[in-house]
Design a protein around this ligand. Structure first.
Ligand code: SF4
Ligand code: SF4
Length: 217
């Protein structure tokens, strides 16, 4: 399972973003933000209460099934009047949801969450970032473990020399990515790949924003 991992912005930041906006409609997401407990039903309720206490009028709220889905417009249409009454939408979804809604409604959007990474479920309730879409994949040389994402220094010619009993020198609670790569390559009888020098990386990579069109047959 792949999920957008989000964190709620500090209360003071949300207050600043909403400065001068007295009437607010709140939007949550029933998928990723519900899973991370950052923008599901209980968090939307708590936000409503918090903002009301501070004197803001909540014109309405909704937890969309999947905020980043294009069907979101139809779901929001049902709340047309309440949205119309609001000065802004406070959006408790990941940035994909915020941008989907912003592109579909002529209304000021205020994100209540920070989107921190795209996580893959690697254990029960555990999500890890395993790819940062660098555009130059080296997994073929590293036994399928990504050093760009998993090594704190993003080294593609590791290890750095600071590895301590298999743990990372920057975070001793985290396995050294290059020790994991070494062990994996050893298991696969491919330790020769450790000696292969990766060329300096092109940090421009794929030009941003990335674009893709499905090729016609
Ligand atoms: S090297 Fe890592 S970050 Fe780059 S594409 Fe491959 S898995 Fe993703
Ligand atoms: S200890 Fe390992 S994971 Fe940590 S920075 Fe050095 S090579 Fe990367």
């Amino acid at each position: 399972m792949i999920r957008s991992i989000t964190q709620q912005k500090p209360e003071e930041e949300i207050d600043q973003l909403l400065d001068g906006l007295g009437r607010v409609f709140i939007v949550g997401c029933g998928t990723c933000a519900t899973l991370t407990h950052t923008g599901g039903g209980p968090e939307v309720e708590a936000m409503k209460e918090k903002l009301s206490t501070k004197g803001r009028l909540i014109t309405g709220d909704v937890v969309l099934p999947v905020a980043c889905d294009n069907l979101t417009t139809e779901a929001l249409n049902e709340y047309g009047e309440q949205i119309e009454l609001a000065d802004a939408l406070l959006i408790m979804t990941c940035a994909f949801g915020v941008q989907t809604i912003a592109s579909q409604l002529k209304k000021l959007v205020v994100p209540a969450l920070n989107t921190v990474f795209i996580g893959k479920e690697t254990g029960l309730g555990q999500f890890n970032e395993i790819c940062t879409q660098c555009g130059t994949c080296v997994l073929g040389e590293t036994g399928g473990i990504c050093p760009v994402t998993s090594c704190h220094k993003g080294l593609v010619n590791g290890p750095c020399g600071g590895t301590n009993n298999g743990m990372c020198e920057i975070d001793d609670g985290k396995d050294c990515a290059w020790t994991l790569i070494y062990n994996r390559l050893k298991e696969l009888n491919r330790l020769d790949a450790m000696r292969k020098l990766q060329k300096p990386r092109n940090h421009q990579g794929e030009p941003r924003p990335g674009k893709f069109t499905i090729p016609s047959d």
